[in-house]
Design a protein around this ligand. Structure first.
Ligand code: NAP
Length: 255
């Protein structure tokens, strides 16, 4: 029997997991994307794009398309879709495998200040005019309009439109992975005093954190929201193992 798996994506991990699953298992895979990125990366499996209309809509989609299993491989800060995944898996009565990439851990030499959210991050940057590097998505940038006294360098995948309403902001559009040597040069050339970052985990975005450690630059680290799934797996290999385990349980039950 060919099993069907719906993967909630929007991350490199989701893309890699989907490719591996399709290649190694022959399962029917559909990768779901929110549709936020203007020029999305090519995916190795069929995709669908756009919201489902909440947990109920996602559950209906799972049932109507006879998926056997749901994988949440969304970004650690995409809290709403992850909560919807937990609820939808229960409603549709399918197992859920939630992949939450391991967070970066503070190393000796890191000058991190952990904050709960972007609003607190704005205050944590401080009152004097600083050169601030913001490595955040478009939606998270708006609160920085409350601090127009800083000079901002902003890097995002898509252009920030409209631009921030602050007098001094420059923009870079780029997609990772970012090399350590390039990150060191970028921070130096722009005389960056402080970085505001999410704790995304993984290697692709870690260069700026390692560069900040080497250069003695402060990092305001926005903490992850709690994951709504009680048990998550930390990487692609663990996700593959968990998927096989959940599917074998279905087999045992004759489902
Ligand atoms: N937040 C980040 O820092 C970040 C970074 C990199 C990539 N991403 C990716 O970008 C997407 C949006 O992030 P977000 O923080 O805006 O998410 P979010 O706040 O958790 O989700 C908002 C809504 O977007 C829709 N949605 C999100 N992911 C979806 C998916 N994979 N397939 C279909 N619909 C999806 C859902 O709409 P409905 O309720 O209508 O179903 C969800 O309720 C996510 O897929 C995430 O993996 C996020």
């Amino acid at each position: 029997m060919t099993r069907s798996i719906l993967i909630l994506g929007g991350t490199a991990d989701a893309r890699l997991l989907a490719g591996k699953l399709e290649k190694e298992s022959g399962y029917r895979i559909l990768l779901s994307m929110a549709g936020r990125t203007r020029d999305p990366v090519k995916q190795p499996v069929p995709i669908r794009i756009g919201g489902f209309g909440g947990a109920g809509g996602l559950a209906d989609f799972i049932k109507e398309n006879a998926f056997d299993l749901l994988v949440d491989a969304t970004h650690p800060y995409a809290a709403r879709i992850s909560a919807n995944a937990v609820a939808a898996a229960q409603l549709a009565k399918v197992p859920l495998v939630a992949l939450e990439r391991a967070a970066w851990q503070r190393q000796v030499g890191d000058r991190w200040q952990a904050v709960a959210n972007v609003e607190v991050a704005v205050s944590a940057v401080g009152s004097g005019g600083k050169n601030v590097f913001l490595a955040l998505g478009r939606q998270e940038l708006l609160p920085f309009e409350r601090a127009p006294h800083h000079r901002y360098l902003i890097r995002s995948v898509d252009p920030v439109e409209p631009p921030l309403n602050v007098p001094d902001a420059r923009y870079i559009t780029a997609r990772g992975p970012f090399e350590l040597s390039d990150e060191i040069a970028m921070l130096r050339d722009n005389r960056i005093d402080i970085i505001v970052s999410k704790n995304s985990g993984g290697a692709a975005a870690y260069g700026k954190i390692e560069a900040a450690r080497q250069l003695g630059i402060d990092v305001v680290m926005i903490e992850r929201p709690p994951h709504p799934c009680a048990a998550t797996v930390p990487d692609i290999e663990a996700a593959l193992t968990s998927i096989q385990h959940q599917l074998s349980l279905l087999e045992d039950r004759g489902e």
